[in-house]
Write a protein that binds this ligand. Sequence first.
Ligand code: HEC
Length: 249
Amino acid sequence: MSRWTEALACALALVAVDAAAFDRFPGVGRAATPAEIAAWDIDVRPDFLGLPKGGGSAARGQDIWDAKCAACHGTFGESNRVFPPLVGGTTTAGMASGRVENLKRPDYPHRTTMMKVPTVSTLFDYIRRAMPWDAPKSLTVDEVYAVLAYMLNLADVVPEGFVLDDRSIRQVQARMPNREGMTTGHALWFGAGFGKPPPADTANTACMTDCREPATPVSTIPASAKGSYGDLARQHRGIGPVRGVETPP
Ligand code: HEC
């Protein structure tokens, strides 16, 4: 390791590095404070490691949903044209088997979040870190539980009076409609109109010498989803290398 890469590695290894390491490279970075680490360290794993204590009812969640989510995701999570549909497409039979049958139908109009996501922890984590889109991290932990309880109720995964908390969420996992449907065997997009699925990037090995020409980033979408969200080329901002494909409705 050169002195520079070593210095860079120290600066980047935010969590693992202790303060003493920075004394060797005066002026390059500083140890993250416990408060800074706590603010970043909010991931919730599928085995629920990292799940904060708290809870909220589906009834309270409905108020939060109507005030802070419905404008983009629709009153029933069906989305309002440009935003991702969250709820729909799952069945009671699917809940028993843990596999969503509609995912296999190329003619099915939408692939909603509840159809795809295998782990309830992912929903908790994502809502807590990223939603509402226009004010991420503005919800309290209890509000995240409540609004997720309401989403799960909209999808018939839990009953109306359900209270989701750091214990009951474990039972919910056993009812997630696509809990057995996760695969790392191929990349995300495939299906009718999109040809053979490419291998998953989880299977890549890093190339260090004599590598291929770098790939050109493109924007693409399977035929089944074209037109679902209006013209993507017009929605993407003009920054970064990738433009949205033209998908006139
Ligand atoms: C201003 C519009 C807007 C609001 C308000 C909003 N969302 Fe979203 N939501 C989005 C967009 C856009 C995405 C897709 C973001 C992306 O893929 O990067 C998204 C994605 C999601 C997803 C993940 C969907 C998936 O399949 O990947 C969930 C879950 C979600 N929102 C829940 C919520 C909840 C709960 C609220 C209210 C607390 C909320 N959203 C409020 C725009 C919004």
